[in-house]
Structure formats: structure tokens, C-alpha cells
Design a protein around this ligand. Structure first.
Ligand SMILES: *[C@@H]1O[C@H](CO)[C@@H](O)[C@H](O)[C@H]1NC(C)=O
Ligand SMILES: *[C@@H]1O[C@H](CO)[C@@H](O)[C@H](O)[C@H]1NC(C)=O
Ligand SMILES: *[C@@H]1O[C@H](CO)[C@@H](O)[C@H](O)[C@H]1NC(C)=O
Ligand SMILES: *[C@@H]1O[C@H](CO)[C@@H](O)[C@H](O)[C@H]1NC(C)=O
Ligand SMILES: [Zn+2]
Length: 471
């Protein structure tokens, strides 16, 4: 996380508002009984009575919802969630190669059929923290991987662990507030002291070290299941840097990414087998997600701010981030108002005289589409650019030749989507649900754990639209 410098200028994305709808909530067993029942009825009643009765029958029959309920715990005393993030696991990567372990979770669990929608910007830190707080970035405070506090001038980096940056209430804090145990094996924000979550005990709160092998991370989580039943954390996180790492270097279509996906699948297999060996696989809720997707970028798809000089000179020290999230903060003594800067930039970009100018549009943050939820924080620079998928913004021509991958773009792009798979007692086997925004996950997890969550941007009805009711 802290070590992933390459990602710093490469992340952005946008959330789309999607109402959760169940695709497979039609219960076939009750409808299969109806024809037989009706035939019997018709033989012993007059036609008119039968018609009247059948109308009554259909109007009184319950709505076509499933009658299945959550499966009982065999061994564990409490509902338990393992939340896994595979960084940059673009939606569709699960079909790049044989992924038998991920597919075990999909086959016997619940999957977002067209992927999980990240928040904007589709960057690592904003998204991981939205997943665990249920908040859009302006409300949880982590509005980019790097930013300034405009009041104090202090700088946030991916290694900043002071609690003033990290707003909202992450799941580990919610769990500890409810008197239960949480354990984090890496997650952005997990080392930050917040209220009852002090991260003092390294047994339950691991300090980020990207050199720890994925196998060791999984084995440590498995070891928790060897503790006395009441000492097993009810909420655990696991974080893997891949395949984001490879995706940035070589783009999403390179075979290095395919290999990284296969390796993640093997790691998921290690977890599944370890849980099976301990007799708890069917008791544990595994939620596997990514933070964002990935799209190929290349040196032909560039927009240079210096090309706008005849309209407005954008100085490099005005630019807080270039790509794919263009964020500009002109100094207050600049000769242009913010509105002027936006107008002049857009005039240049749409003039037809700027290379790839039509691939970038600039906004005052308050004028961005509302679905992006990217205005209500002083930390967000006043001018934000939305870049077309796969394009990058740079200050000036360097002649650098490169093809790689990036994320951070509008979350409306399918390339920015990632996966959601839930497997466990409250997840219906083989169920497909429509895409949804990752801010819904907080309520989903508090609902599984039966604990009270903090106010957030997820909807109250989401968990019941996804989870099997408790028996
Ligand atoms: C799905 O669960 C059923 C019931 O526990 C089990 O028999 C089957 O082997 C599982 N399928 C996979 C692919 O794991
Ligand atoms: C990080 O993990 C590696 C591999 O386990 C270990 O050798 C190294 O000492 C760790 N570094 C720190 C600072 O703990
Ligand atoms: C603003 O305009 C004035 C007058 O043209 C000029 O002297 C000054 O250097 C400009 N300031 C900046 C920050 O560009
Ligand atoms: C998101 O949640 C925060 C905190 O509860 C609230 O202040 C804000 O109005 C919410 N925003 C949206 C769009 O729901
Ligand atoms: Zn990431």
C-alpha cells in the first residue's frame, strides 16, 4: 500500500447509483404446486367457483420470494466474517483463467452479476475506506491517495496514520464497540487509533508490511480459528496487493495479470482448505471484493496541460493530481477566478486545437455530476477534470514511451468495476444480484454480525435484499 508509488498518479473512478434488485428471487417451488392444486380444485367445483377461487388463490399467494433461510452454524458460536480485498481485481478477471477456488465461492455463494461499483475516484485508499465505513470519500475524508489539508497545509500520504485524517467509523471499530473481537491483516486505515480500536495488540492488528507473503497472511487468519471459540475474532480482513501491481505495469490484458489472478485463486484455495480442515468453512461468511478495476493506457492517449497555455496557463504547482483524477487548486492570488479557469480550460479543450482535448472535461467540483459524490469536503481541490477511459493527463510532452494500466476514472466505466462474492450461512447458493456500490458493504457486514452500525451512505434495505433471513 504505502509502497505502491506507481499508483499514486494513476487512480480515479466514479460511483453509479444502482438500486439493488434481486434477479433470482422467484421461488419456483410454490409456483410448481399451483397447476396440480388447481386441477384438483376444478374437478370438484363448478367452473365459476373454480375461477373465483383461483383468483382468490393467486391474489392471496405470497409474493414470489424465496423461503430459504440462513443455514445454522455447526461449530462457531458467533456469525463470523472474513473480508478479503484483492487490489485492482477488475470485474471479469475471474474468467481470465481457471479459477476453481473463486468459482467454488461463486457457485455456492452470491455474486454481483456485473460486478461491484467502486466510489469515485476509483483509487485504492478512497475505495478501501468506503468499503469499511459505508461512506463516500468526502464523508470519510480519504478523498485521494495523496492530498493536502487546506487549513493546516499538512500533507496526507498512504503512510499517514493520524486519526484526524480518517473520519467515519470503520468496521473494526464498530465490532469492538459491540464488545466483540476484530482482527485486521492489512487494510488502509486499519492501523489508525479510533476510539475503542487502539491497534495496540499486534496479534489482532497487523502493521503494513508488503513483504509478508500472501500465504503467511492467510495462515495467520487460519490460526485464529484454533483459538478458544469465544476468542475467535468475528470480523477479519485480508488484503492482497495483486493483481493491481501487475495491472499498472503491463495493463490488464498481459499474461502477467493472468498469472497474478491464478495466484490469488490459489491463495483463496489455501484459505478454503484451511477452514475446511478446521470444520468451519460453511460457518464463516467470506466476502471477497476488490477496490477498483483497471484499464490499459498508452503513450498515444495523453492530454498535455501546457497545450492550453494560449487560453490559460496551468502552472504545475496548481495541480494536486494529474491522472486519472485531475485536481487543480489555483492560488488565491491568481489573476483568474476559479470559474474563469474552468471556462478557459474547457474552451481550449473543445477548440479542436488541443491534442485529445475532447477527452477531458473540467468542472468546478460542485458542478460535477451528483452521482460522483465528490464535492462536500474542503480537502477536495476546487477544480476537477474527468478524463476519458484510458487517457492520461500530463503537464508537458516528455516523449516518454509507455503502455501500462490505470484506474481512478469515472466509476461509470465497466473497466473500473471489481468483484463482489459472498459465501456463507446467510448467502444463498448460486444467487446473482445486480451491481451495487461498495458503500453498501458496511451495512451488509453489520447485519451478518448482528451488531449496530454507525450512520453511513449505504441503504438500510440492502442487506435484506441480499441475505437469507435468519431462521
Ligand atoms: C456446494 O455446496 C454443496 C452442499 O454443501 C456441496 O455438496 C457442493 O460440493 C458444493 N459445491 C462446490 C462447487 O463446492
Ligand atoms: C516484513 O516482512 C518480512 C517477511 O516476513 C520480514 O522479513 C521483515 O522483517 C518485515 N519487516 C518489518 C519492518 O517488520
Ligand atoms: C496578474 O496580472 C498582473 C497585471 O497584468 C501581473 O503584473 C501579475 O504578474 C499577474 N499575477 C500573476 C500571479 O500571474
Ligand atoms: C452520507 O453519510 C453522511 C454521514 O451519515 C451524511 O452526512 C451524508 O449526508 C450522506 N450523503 C449521502 C449522499 O447520502
Ligand atoms: Zn487499488
Amino acid at each position: 500500500m504505502e509502497t505502491k508509488k506507481v499508483q499514486a498518479e494513476d487512480e480515479e473512478s466514479l460511483p453509479t447509483s444502482t438500486t439493488p434488485l434481486l434477479l433470482n428471487n422467484i421461488n419456483t417451488s410454490s409456483s410448481q404446486n399451483k397447476p396440480t392444486l388447481l386441477l384438483n380444485l376444478i374437478t370438484c367445483m363448478s367452473l365459476i367457483t373454480a375461477i373465483t377461487f383461483s383468483l382468490l388463490f393467486f391474489s392471496l399467494s405470497p409474493p414470489s420470494t424465496t423461503t430459504a433461510t440462513a443455514r445454522h452454524l455447526n461449530k462457531l458460536h458467533h456469525p463470523t466474517v472474513i473480508l478479503i480485498s484483492s487490489d485492482g481485481f477488475r470485474f471479469g478477471y475471474q474468467h481470465k483463467t481457471s479459477t476453481p477456488n473463486i468459482h467454488r465461492l461463486i457457485t455456492n455463494g452470491t455474486e454481483a452479476l456485473t460486478g461491484l461499483i467502486p466510489v469515485f475516484p476509483t483509487l485504492t485508499f478512497p475505495n478501501h475506506y468506503s468499503i469499511v465505513t459505508g461512506l463516500y470519500p468526502p464523508h470519510h475524508g480519504i478523498i485521494n491517495n495523496f492530498f493536502f489539508d487546506p487549513v493546516t497545509g499538512e500533507k496526507f500520504t498512504m503512510a499517514s496514520h493520524e486519526s484526524k485524517w480518517w473520519l467515519g467509523q470503520p468496521l473494526w471499530q464498530t465490532v469492538v464497540n459491540s464488545g466483540k473481537i476484530a482482527a485486521t491483516y492489512f487494510w488502509p486505515g486499519s492501523e489508525v487509533k479510533k476510539g475503542s480500536w487502539t491497534c495496540d495488540d499486534v496479534k489482532y492488528c497487523k502493521h503494513y508490511n508488503g513483504s509478508v507473503s500472501f500465504e503467511d497472511r492467510v495462515d495467520t487468519v487460519l490460526d485464529y480459528f484454533d483459538l478458544d471459540l469465544d476468542d475467535i475474532p468475528v470480523f477479519m480482513t485480508l488484503y492482497f496487493e495483486d493483481p493491481d501491481h501487475q495491472g499498472h505495469q503491463v495493463g490488464p490484458d498481459d499474461d502477467e495479470v493472468t498469472q497474478a489472478v491464478a495466484r490469488i485463486d490459489g491463495i483463496i484455495g489455501r484459505l478454503i482448505h484451511g477452514l475446511e480442515k478446521r470444520g468451519v468453512f460453511e460457518d464463516v461468511s467470506i466476502i471477497m471484493v476488490g477496490d477498483h478495476g483497471m484499464v490499459g493506457t498508452c503513450d498515444q492517449k495523453l492530454i498535455f496541460l501546457d497545450d492550453l497555455a494560449s487560453w490559460v496557463e496551468i502552472k504545475s504547482n496548481w495541480v494536486h493530481s494529474y491522472s486519472p483524477l485531475l485536481a487543480i487548486w489555483p492560488p488565491s492570488d491568481s489573476n483568474y477566478s476559479l470559474t474563469d479557469v474552468v471556462a478557459k480550460m474547457n474552451e481550449g479543450l473543445s477548440s479542436g486545437k488541443v491534442e485529445n482535448g475532447n477527452k477531458l472535461k473540467v468542472f468546478l467540483k460542485e458542478d460535477l455530476p451528483k452521482r460522483l459524490h465528490y464535492a462536500e469536503s474542503d480537502r477536495i481541490p476546487p477544480i476537477i477534470g474527468l478524463v476519458h477511459e484510458g487517457y492520461k493527463v500530463e503537464q508537458s510532452r516528455t516523449g516518454k514511451k509507455e503502455c501500462g494500466g490505470a484506474h481512478g476514472y469515472d466509476n461509470e466505466f465497466f473497466s473500473m468495476r471489481t468483484i463482489f462474492i459472498g459465501h456463507g450461512p446467510q448467502f444463498e447458493r448460486g444467487k446473482k444480484i445486480p451491481s451495487f456500490e461498495n458503500v453498501e458493504i458496511y451495512n451488509l457486514i453489520t447485519s451478518i454480525l448482528n451488531i449496530k452500525g454507525a450512520p453511513n451512505n449505504g441503504s438500510d434495505s440492502f442487506p435484506q435484499s441480499v441475505l437469507l433471513p435468519k431462521a
